[in-house]
Write a protein that binds this ligand. Sequence first.
Ligand code: SF4
Length: 480
Amino acid sequence: MKEGCGIAGIALEEGDAALPLFYALYALQHRGQESAGIAVHSSEDEGGARAGNIPLIKGMGFVYEVFSPQRLASLRGNIGIGHVRYSTTGASRVENAEPLVVNYHKGQIAIAHNGNLVNTAELKKELQREGRIFHSDTDTEVIAHLLAKELVRHDPIEAVKVMMRKVVGSYALVIMLDNLLMAIRDPLGIKPLCFGTLNDGRGYIIASESSAIDTVGGDLIRDVRPGEVLLINCSPRADRRVESYQLYRGTSPAFCVFEYIYFARPDSVLDGKLVYDVRLKIGERLAEEHGIEADIVSPVPDSGITFAIGYAKRSGLDYMEGFIKNRYVGRTFIMPEDSSRDTAVRLKLNVVRRNVEGKRVVLVDDSIVRGTTSRRIVSFLKNRGAKEVHLRIGSPPIIAPCYLGINTPTRAELLASKRDIDAICNFLNADSIGYLSLQGLIDSVGMGMNNLCLGCLNEQYPVEIPGEVCVARQLKLSHF
Ligand code: SF4
């Protein structure tokens, strides 16, 4: 499972936004490693955007690969937005990298998106029939064109309202429109988005996760609410306060539960919950639901660490590292003639033989997707002398794909889609396997089932997707 993207936006009273944006994107690197980009605007230069020139640098690769000190220094402007991407719609190529900058009748709009629309194809066809030309194959360009079209007859907030009425799916957006910086979260709040202050209150930051706000020395104010639009007017004569417009309200939100299980950093606070706390509780619950006689508890690093700590705490078993992760591998490079995927896993994880030899090991991981990596990991432990390997998984079985911004395989490729527990255990060659129950997960997150998206776990999605069951949350237009 790969997260789709991370986004950030910064508005400063003075100074350049590019450097803090670079650090914020660095903090969000785990959300996307294929491409990175930053676009800026200077509010001193009122009308600068109208001249049709939002400086933008984007490229393929990690944040540090795309931005040299010289490139960063060339981005002058006190407002900016940034993006890191892993492709969920559109191919992995630089045309699809974000932020996306498009022209509208008064100048340019820059936009960065995390999420996935499920009605992109029909909206795109409609816009193409009206003569609009697309340069990328992303759903972000659809959002940009919808906005550009509505800005001809509406003010920015009204234009956003019309856009939100048309798009279906998940979206957290940061948008730069002349001297305005906007943050938008879809009415179900599927993707995380929060904001805070920086530079001792003389600036604002919007980010996918609060850890990005911490990284630039800022202070989290709160999450952007589902269906809310925040607007910061950075015009020289404006008072630069944050205006809130609650444009839409769902009957209940549908926060992606996998942000808590895997995607978000453990040091992030999402919708009021510290991710670390949730993962610790999951580990404890896993020990209650699937306790077993064993000698040590060991995580699959890094994603299994907090769960394993919780499991060890509750079970009373010793926590011991069975694997050490090589943190310098980055994107795995395999020689073409090496057909074995074992090399990729071995480059990343090495067994600490003395810790596992002759032991009954409870091996804790966050989730199982195809099962191929888990099978290799179990066999590494056994080949290095582990007597028994008992897998414990911090999520229920993933049985269905995600259509809302997470890159997942099809049902046919998902290990748990068509197999029962015994067949899964056999496939993985483990001595036992225990998945966290759905109720255990809901209790550990502590938000109630009706406030979470659980689509890939129970096949009930919060928006209509052809061929899938929808537990529709009714959306209401708010009056503000
Ligand atoms: S389907 Fe799964 S991964 Fe996708 S948004 Fe819902 S909970 Fe998250």
